[in-house]
Design a protein around this ligand. Structure first.
Ligand code: ADP
Ligand code: ADP
Ligand code: MG
Length: 667
């Protein structure tokens, strides 16, 4: 086996690869940019090499620097992770010429699959069912219209070089093709430097189901079942699971065998994924593309098959023969992964950047009836920067069946605690409990269908409110008493305080609490009969676990300076605890008037201005695009909140902007 490898990546996937290497006794080298100088991957690797500035184009994408790092450290091979150079056939070829090992598929396979249109042709030749449509490139809008009509609406217009959900449009009629075709061409040119476009049928009730394949250099290839990744936002995956609730064993076998046929057609010799779109209507399935690398969501496959895919990649890269036979591959239980993104679900999923003031992921290992696995590459105190993609961690849970895996996922999310930046945990938690998601009747339009107005949070039940009020009062009383006992402090006069006002939103609750010695309390809320609370909560713990009136609960809280912030499943509530006197003052305090921002266009996050689409003096309608700001590889179109005339433009394309910076002013 290799004795030392270099990981040409960062973040959670670099950490993930290091974990397997440590287990196998392989030394690791990571490369890092300025932004990653103190990263967890750098800390965990045996060696690290600095390769340049924070933008990927100055570091992780510079082939010469990575090869120099290999030479400098004597690493025998490179694991590319995903993204960056992982699907670059030129790089793979170059390593071959320079006699450096490549922990990925051969360059020919990467090249053949790198392009959606040529891979589709190859797939069709290998007997794989492909999406009905035109198998060639399309030159102009006139031809696009003719082909769209031949295929029959709705159709999907796609960039052949597309990836990451970019360069894709659905058209339901001629007008949408007329608009969509040039738009996709332009987007493809800008994002991939390649404006080749094709058109295929849009599959109704589409579900994204993909097959994990694994091949070696001796002609063996197997499939490790499927993953369903239908929960997507803007064609980007958010929640993935394995197996798929849609597939029966026959369909699974058919899909798996077709995926293997395609892999064999390109002598595939690593871990890879064949993506299909399946129709919820008739269970038909069609080839989409092949990703010639390890996939973000590979852990769900590992959880149900027990196979460590990184280990297998290392072994086959070292020319070992695959030891796993198709008949060895089983499905054990159910696994679910969610991608924890640095974004604000309450503000239309705007990217969020900053320092992780707190980062407490749930503990790995057994939880309830299942298992928790955390793949993350950050620690408390780390910075989430604008330079890379917004994924900060992946939570994976396993259970004996789907319901158990989802229940455990919700439980684990309740234990996940992040402060300092916004995260999408409340949103994922809401999905975990949502009826349609639970039923398994999902499509790629699920988020659009179920959250058409975006995410507003989940309304708490009466019982949850009571749990939050009681837990806040308990913690507050506990700390109040403890403060009184710390030597050197002036003890509060008289008996410890027992009556508080807990403010939840606009509602004031009068609370009387009586704590006994052993973490038991009687808590009266308003005029109701007292609740009994039992907990072993201790100061310093961000999680209050206990039993209220015989029912177990767990709530996390944070940020005591601004009150108690409770998050439970999709519910997020802030509670203020104060004395009745202070509560009275609160009610009398005038609300601070908000600044009028209706005439300003403010950058919602730090980023780079990609384009300024208005000019001085221009009349702009409500909803019209004003400019585009890019952060974390996402382009955000900033739109006018109301109609107005442009009075001042403070930034231009290429400028960096800070959060809340005023970019455009209206008269
Ligand atoms: P998957 O199907 O595995 O989810 P994605 O297309 O979402 O694949 O990409 C996988 C990862 O690689 C993501 O973290 C994404 O941000 C990153 N990525 C995708 N394309 C690129 C690229 N061209 N350069 C760098 N990173 C990329
Ligand atoms: P990317 O390279 O960005 O991952 P894909 O071709 O894999 O692009 O498509 C991204 C997503 O778009 C898929 O996961 C699927 O949900 C949806 N999609 C792609 N092609 C079709 C189609 N023909 N019909 C319906 N949905 C599709
Ligand atoms: Mg894809």
């Amino acid at each position: 086996m290799f004795s030392k490898i270099l990981i040409a990546n960062r973040g959670e996937i670099a950490v993930r690869v290091i974990k397997t290497c440590r287990r196998m006794g392989i030394k690791t080298v990571v490369v890092y940019s300025d932004a990653d100088a103190n990263s967890m991957a750098v800390e965990m690797a045996d060696e690290s090499v600095y390769i340049g500035g924070s933008p990927a184009a100055q570091s992780y994408l510079v082939q010469d620097k990575i090869i120099a790092a290999v030479r400098q450290t004597g690493a025998e091979a490179i694991h590319p992770g995903f993204g960056f150079l992982s699907e670059n056939p030129v790089f793979a070829k170059r390593l071959e010429a320079e006699k450096i090992g490549w922990i990925g598929p051969n360059a020919f396979a990467i090249d053949a699959m790198g392009d959606k249109i040529s891979s589709k042709k190859l797939a069709a030749e290998a007997g794989v069912s492909t999406v009905p449509g035109h198998m060639g490139l399309i030159e102009d809008t006139k031809e696009a219209l003719k082909i769209s009509r031949e295929i029959g609406y709705p159709v999907m217009i796609k960039a052949s070089a597309g990836g990451g959900g970019k360069g894709i449009r659905v058209a339901y009629n001629d007008k949408e093709t007329e608009e969509g075709f040039p738009a996709v061409k332009a987007e493809a040119k800008a994002a991939f430097g390649d404006d080749r476009v094709f058109i295929e049928k849009f599959i109704l009730e589409p579900r994204h189901i993909e097959i994990q394949v694994l091949g070696d250099k001796h002609g063996n290839c197997i499939y490790l079942n499927e993953r369903e990744c239908s929960i997507q936002r803007r064609n980007q995956k958010v929640i993935e699971e394995a197996p798929s609730p849609l597939l029966d064993p026959e369909t699974r076998k058919k899909m798996g065998e077709q995926a293997v046929a395609l892999a064999k057609a390109v002598k595939y010799d690593s871990a890879g994924t064949v993506e299909f779109v399946a129709s919820g209507k008739d269970k038909g399935f069609y080839f989409l593309e092949m990703n010639t690398r390890l996939q973000v969501e590979h852990p769900v496959t590992e959880m149900i098959t027990g196979v460590d895919l990184v280990e297998q990649m290392l072994r086959v890269a070292y020319s070992e023969k695959l030891k796993i036979k198709q008949s060895d591959v089983k499905i054990n239980g159910w696994a679910v992964e969610s991608r924890v993104y640095a974004e604000d679900p309450y503000r239309n999923f705007l990217p969020s950047i900053g320092r992780l003031k707190r980062f407490h992921p749930p503990a790995e290992g057994k939880l309830g009836e299942g298992e928790v696995r955390m793949d993350s590459g950050v620690r408390e105190g780390d910075e989430i920067s604008m330079f890379y993609d917004p994924m900060i961690a992946k939570l994976i849970t396993w259970g004996k069946d789907r319901d158990t895996a989802l229940d455990v996922h919700g439980e684990a999310l309740d234990r996940f605690h992040i402060e300092g930046i916004q995260d999408n945990i409340p949103f994922i938690a809401a999905v975990m409990d949502e009826k349609r998601f639970r039923s398994g009747n999902i499509t790629t339009a699920y988020i659009k269908d179920e959250f058409p107005e975006g995410f507003q949070g989940v309304a708490p039940t009466k019982m949850q409110e009571t749990q939050l009020v009681c837990a806040a009062a308990y913690v507050h009383t506990f700390c109040d008493r403890r403060a009184g006992r710390i030597s050197g402090r002036v003890a509060p006069a008289g008996a410890p305080r027992q009556d508080w006002v807990v403010i939840l939103g606009d509602t004031h609750h009068n609370v009387t609490i009586d704590i006994s010695e052993h973490g038991e309390a009687q808590i009266a809320v308003d005029t109701g009969k007292p609740h009994s609370l039992v907990t072993n909560w201790q100061p310093g713990n961000h999680l209050v676990e206990g039993v209220l009136d015989g029912k177990p609960f767990a709530v996390k809280f944070a940020d005591r300076t601004e009150g108690y912030l409770f998050r439970h499943r999709g519910v997020a509530l802030r509670a203020l605890v104060c004395t009745p006197f202070v509560a009275g003052l609160h009610e009398r305090l005038p609300e601070k008037p908000k600044a009028d921002t209706s005439k300003l266009i403010i950058s919602p996050m730090p980023g780079l201005v990609v384009s300024m689409d208005v000019a001085l003096g221009q009349d702009v309608q409500e909803g019209e695009a004003v400019c585009i700001v890019e952060a974390m590889k996402m382009q955000n179109i900033i739109r006018a909140g109301a109609k107005g005339t442009v009075k001042a433009i403070n930034v231009k394309a290429g400028d960096s902007v800070a959060a809340d910076e005023i970019m455009v002013e209206f008269a």
